[in-house]
Design a protein around this ligand. Structure first.
Ligand SMILES: NC(=O)c1ccc[n+]([C@@H]2O[C@H](COP(=O)([O-])OP(=O)(O)OC[C@H]3O[C@@H](n4cnc5c(N)ncnc54)[C@H](OP(=O)(O)O)[C@@H]3O)[C@@H](O)[C@H]2O)c1
Length: 248
């Protein structure tokens, strides 16, 4: 198959674009004329997305499955050898109680495979194409829980702390290669993933908009909503802030 020539539109590849924050990235980049390609696990959600945003290309890919990432990326990169923006967004949090005797029956490390290892595999797999498009950008969606852990989501917090560390190191490795790395640390966002939770939520659209503005301005981190107080709070009153976040 011949590579698709890069016309006016730049190319953006997003994991988990069929819902929530990923969908908001799809919407914004589609509106800006990007060729948008995204993946998820549920074909029905991807079909709906493709109907809502004609031209957006979708594929099935579970980011916790390295072979699936490789197959998806092979297909994408054959058509689009240069990727201007890569977004690592797919992920989710389960509430796990490690005081339960049956905790080992609950696949306790699942979030490490999807939110951490999967995100790293995703970026590693697409990086050659991202570097070819230099100047280009990587966006990594972590969480406010990457700075202070959530009691209800211990493994999710571990995965996001790890992903934050990876993003920091990757940014340094890619400095000088014309690829920026912008980490987004959202607070509670109004998405289907947290529909069951109460509390102040920011919109997915506002998170995507802030992230894309940060990329345009070369900013390395985005702290939407209440997360903007976290770095200062953790410096000034670390125990108090960690307790507060732990309970949230
Ligand atoms: N919502 C919040 O309050 C919040 C706060 C901080 C950080 N975040 C982070 O923001 C990101 C997006 O969350 P969201 O709230 O927008 O969730 P969401 O509405 O549930 O959307 C998650 C998206 O990722 C896909 N996805 C999930 N697991 C996947 C996997 N293993 N492989 C491929 N695709 C997968 C989902 O599609 P399928 O279900 O079809 O796979 C869906 O498209 C996550 O990394 C999350 O940790 C969210």
């Amino acid at each position: 198959m011949q590579p698709t020539p890069k016309p006016s539109g730049k190319v953006a590849v997003i994991s988990g674009g069929s819902s929530g924050i990923g969908r908001a990235f799809v919407e914004k980049l589609h509106a800006r004329g990007y060729i948008v390609i995204t993946c998820g696990r549920d074909p029905a959600k991807l079909e709906k997305l493709a109907q809502d945003f004609p031209g957006v290309k979708t594929g099935i890919c579970d980011v916790s499955d390295t072979a699936a990432i490789r197959a998806f990326a092979d297909d994408v990169v054959r058509r689009h050898p240069e990727i201007d923006m890569l977004i690592s967004n797919a992920g989710g949090m389960r509430e796990l109680d490690f005081t339960r005797d049956d905790i080992t029956d609950q696949d306790p490390t699942e979030e490490i495979r999807s939110n951490l290892a999967g995100a790293i595999e995703w970026m590693a797999t697409f990086l050659p194409a991202v570097r070819r498009a230099s100047p280009s950008a990587i966006v990594v969606v972590t969480s406010g829980y990457a700075m202070a852990a959530s009691t209800r989501g211990p493994v999710y917090s571990a995965a996001k702390f790890g992903l934050r560390g990876f993003a920091k190191a990757l940014r340094r490795q890619l400095a000088g290669h014309g690829v920026t790395v912008t980490e987004v640390l959202p607070p509670l966002v109004d998405t289907p993933a947290v529909a069951h939770r109460s509390g102040t939520k920011v919109s997915a659209t506002s998170v995507a908009e802030l992230a894309l503005t940060a990329v345009a301005n070369g900013k390395s981190e985005v702290h939407p909503g209440a997360v903007r107080w976290l770095p200062f709070g953790l410096r000034m009153a670390p125990s108090f802030i960690e307790n507060m976040v732990a309970k949230s």
